[in-house]
Design a binder for this molecule. Sequence first.
Ligand SMILES: [Zn+2]
Length: 277
Amino acid sequence: MTDDAHVHLEASLRLQRERTGSDAGEQVLQSLLTDLFTESARSGADRVRLRYNPSRWASRGVDRDAQLAVLRRAADEAARDHGVRLDVYATLKRESGERELRENVETALAGAAVAFRGIDVSRSYDVTDSGSRPVPAPLTRGLLGLVREATDRGLEAAAHLGWYDDADDLGPLLAAGVRRIGHGSPLVDRVEWDARLADVHATVEVCPTAFVRRSGRPVRDVPVERWLDAGIRVDVGTDHPLALRTDLAEEVRRMTLAHPAWVPVPAGPRTSPAASA
Ligand SMILES: [Zn+2]
């Protein structure tokens, strides 16, 4: 049993929409979450760290209070029926306006007792299209200030640092309180950042199939042993499991084959973000 440290809901939505022709409403959200827990439990997860965009669901007609109610029921269902702990990270898309970013932080804070654990800075692109590139969106002072505020108020902060992101964004992200790095691909060949990551007890969330698909490099090129030796925690995630046609069992298998030193860590008891900060 282990953590799925990095998984998005949106790719499953695209596949579900193909089946039902609908992408709106509380019921779709509820059924996507149920699908996710069923699949996660089947593939050995005892926790999912879910990336979730409250503004997108608001634009689909599910207001924020309704979202929190669905997520509360979903977290209960995940624990009761599937033995899975749900930790939700509200996505802060770099290209979003300041109002939307703030609303997502406030939703995460309002839901901290429900299922939200933190926030996750990212950019939009289509994971199923290897030619797709994210929109250019520099880290703004406004966004970094909001991340700082969120961590000061007890949320955990994660950030995507993927194939099209710049390793030099890491400094301002860590300074703003980011402690979980999604993918970490620009850091693979940048050993000079290791000590800094270890100093703040950062975790890198490696998604093996996504890494191979996007970088064209084998999983053994991820410097897992180097990171572990430096004192950096390494977790495994599925990223977009349906779109990438993978699951947690497969990601753990690929990771342990390439990196025998890596051992999955079980989730352990639920603590509030504030208590474990
Ligand atoms: Zn991701």
